[in-house]
Write a protein of this length. Structure first.
Length: 243
């Protein structure tokens, strides 16, 4: 059971955790979003997102609350916050803070962006970088994990629902989120979470990509809204369902 729970946590981190033609999606989200998280059909948690926007800036907080199987790790906790600017409605992060408590370890990461280039402000507990970790100075243009999640969940016009190619930097590692139309006219988008660089080579070789599926429903003003996200995993399917 502990191994399964660790894998559940990894799936949630992928979700809770952008770049290319078209860039990140405009942050068109309601003030509060709730996502129920299940694994192999069993409840494991609830992800709460609170978003605040103005014409030129945004701020958001994410908090994962254990539920069902997740309560077997009562001390587990995930919280993240981001503040940034909006340019043509698209996010440009300025500061990102992440607190993770797995029940076995705790960590805090703080990143600031200056001119679109990230800088690692704090990493607790302090750890010297491994040879494979990335220098933040070379990660200009990448978003923080929180802004990436907001971009994936944003309400979008139907013609742009699956046109997303996003780079993400978490302070040490770079990942990519890519969406494309589902094949054969199936509803929703096929996505992939791709580990790009900064990972232990063995971990990178073991699972370089995690496929997932976005499922849309009608949104306001004729837009499409993400109502569910499904990710295949060895022991079952992780699913986030929007209330």
């Amino acid at each position: 059971m502990p191994d399964r729970l660790r894998r559940i946590g990894a799936v949630v981190a992928i979700v809770a955790g952008l770049w290319a033609p078209g860039g990140a999606a405009a942050l068109d989200l309601p003030e509060v979003v709730r996502l129920d998280v299940t694994f192999a059909g069993l409840p494991v948690g609830v992800l709460h997102l609170a978003i605040r926007r103005t014409d030129g800036s945004y701020a958001a907080t994410a908090r994962l609350q254990p539920a069902g199987l997740g309560r077997l790790l009562p001390s587990a906790r995930f919280e993240a916050t981001v503040q940034g600017r909006l340019r043509a409605g698209r996010p440009q992060p300025l500061r990102y803070v992440e607190d993770v408590h797995t029940g076995r370890r705790e960590s805090r990461t703080e990143i600031a962006w200056e001119g679109g280039v990230p800088r690692l402000l704090r990493l607790d507990p302090p750890r010297p970088p491994e040879p494979w970790h990335l220098d933040p100075a070379g990660q200009g243009g990448a978003l923080d994990p929180m802004s990436a999640v907001l971009s994936v969940l944003a309400d979008v016009p139907a013609e742009r629902a699956c046109a997303l190619d996003l780079a993400v930097f978490d302070g040490r590692r770079r990942t990519q989120i890519v969406l494309a139309p589902a094949p054969d006219g199936e509803p929703g988008c096929d996505g992939v979470f791709r580990r790009v660089a900064g990972y232990d080579p063995e971990d990178l070789a073991e699972r370089p990509e995690v496929p997932f599926r976005l499922i849309h429903g009608p949104g306001p003003g004729g837009t499409l809204r993400v109502i569910a996200l499904e990710a295949a995993w060895e022991l079952g399917t992780a699913r986030l369902t929007r209330d």
